[in-house]
Design a binder for this molecule. Structure first.
Ligand SMILES: Nc1ncnc2c1ncn2[C@@H]1O[C@H](COP(=O)(O)OP(=O)(O)O)[C@@H](O)[C@H]1O
Ligand SMILES: [Mg+2]
Length: 378
């Protein structure tokens, strides 16, 4: 394994497109995808089912031929190298373990095919089995292991060759919720110890946020945004990304001024956003959507608090680490419920009380209303 350099680009994908042509129709699975994967990082492709995640992995692995675009690995054109020479480890949703072989033999299988010496095979297999934490089970058959253990074996089998690149396609989707959380942390630990550059595929945004160095959010064969988990969460580039990642409130408003804009809600309440350079030109008809996360707001018992929205408490949920309030914002015709998370219960605020909701102006983001209309049309 090489000393890793976090800025070195390992894999570089440019303008990758893939069209599947059937007899009667065609599907554009990938549409002009460009990505740079850095050495040693865990890079996640995140998006809903059918957005092109698996197709991207299959193009990288060489199981699928791109319709156009390039894939370079450390400066070499990858597409001209046959799949078995690409030195890639892969784990799929179904682990595809050999049921009749022991755990040890499952992991050793590929090395035997590659005709390594017995000694080398033993060293490598033992080291990897230890890395994934399965020393105690190596004589057993896959059917004698739990789902989480089978997952570890699939990982061990992919890592035992010292691959230069590890591709994981929804590796946790066969596990129950609690085990998924545990195994994703294990995958992260193993990936960091093995220092292996990894591309991870999931449709689960929480999984992506918790384990990735960087995330590419995909939609309909395209990349919507690439960034670190906190960039994606705090600074989504569009309403689509904001809506897909985490909890979000979207509030229709009217944008009144440039610079730190003043937003009007239902022509009675107003909020000034601080530190946001908004150009009114981006808001035809002045219609905006204010995007704000539940934890970026504050509830005040003073219903006439300035720079806030007025509403009524509909539900209070105690969630352990936060208390979640559902507040119905007073509307003329179309009532809207918003989520507000507070660290603890707000004094003097009970169910049914009128309250003010303060928006932390520096955290909230404004999008043109047009974006939301486009989303609703699909
Ligand atoms: N072999 C194939 N033939 C035809 N269409 C395919 C094939 N593989 C994938 N697709 C289509 O390409 C799109 C992207 O699929 P996929 O990459 O599997 O998405 P994801 O992994 O994000 O769920 C989907 O519309 C899917 O139906
Ligand atoms: Mg898939």
């Amino acid at each position: 394994m090489t000393e890793h350099d976090n800025n070195r680009i390992t894999l570089s994908i440019r303008n990758l497109s893939k069209i599947f042509r059937g007899k009667h129709d065609q599907v554009q699975a990938l549409d002009d995808v460009s990505l740079d994967i850095r050495e040693g990082e865990l890079f996640t492709l995140l998006g809903p089912s059918g957005c092109g995640k698996t197709t991207t992995l299959r193009c990288i692995a060489g199981f699928e031929k791109p319709s156009s675009g390039t894939i370079d690995f450390l400066g070499r054109d990858f597409t001209s190298i046959p799949p078995f020479r690409r030195n890639i480890g892969m784990v799929f949703q179904s682990y595809a373990l050999f049921p009749h072989l022991s755990i040890y033999e499952n992991v050793a299988y590929g090395l035997k095919i590659r005709k390594l010496s017995r000694r080398d095979i033993e060293d490598k297999v033992n080291r990897i089995i230890q890395l994934v934490g399965l020393e105690a089970t190596q004589k057993r058959k896959p059917s004698e292991l739990s789902g989480g253990q089978q997952q570890r074996i699939a990982l061990a089998r992919a890592l035992v060759y010292d691959p230069q690149l590890l591709l994981l396609d929804e590796p946790l989707s066969n596990l129950d919720a609690k085990l998924r959380v545990y195994m994703r942390e294990e995958i992260r630990r193993i990936q960091q110890q093995a220092k292996v550059t990894t591309i991870y595929v999931t449709h689960d945004q929480e999984e992506a946020l918790s384990i990735s160095d960087r995330i590419a959010v995909m939609h309909a064969g395209k990349i919507s945004q690439i960034g670190s988990p906190d960039e994606i969460y705090e600074n989504p580039i569009s309403i689509r990304v904001a809506d897909f990642i985490g909890q979000a409130n979207f509030l229709a408003c009217s944008v009144q001024t440039d610079g730190d804009p003043v937003l009007w809600f239902r022509s009675t309440e107003q909020i000034t956003l601080e530190n946001s350079s908004v150009s009114i030109r981006n808001f035809p008809d002045r219609e905006g959507i204010l995007f704000v996360r539940p934890e970026q707001m504050e509830i005040s018992a003073d219903a006439n608090h300035p720079n806030s929205l007025r509403g009524e408490v509909k539900v209070i949920l105690y969630l352990g680490s936060v208390v979640r309030y559902y507040i119905e914002i007073f509307q003329d015709h179309d009532p809207q419920e918003i989520l507000v998370d507070q660290d603890r219960r707000v004094r003097g605020v009970e169910l049914g009380d009128p309250v003010a909701v303060l928006v932390h102006g520096q955290d909230a983001k404004l999008f043109p209303a047009e974006q939301k209309r486009q989303l609703e049309q699909v």
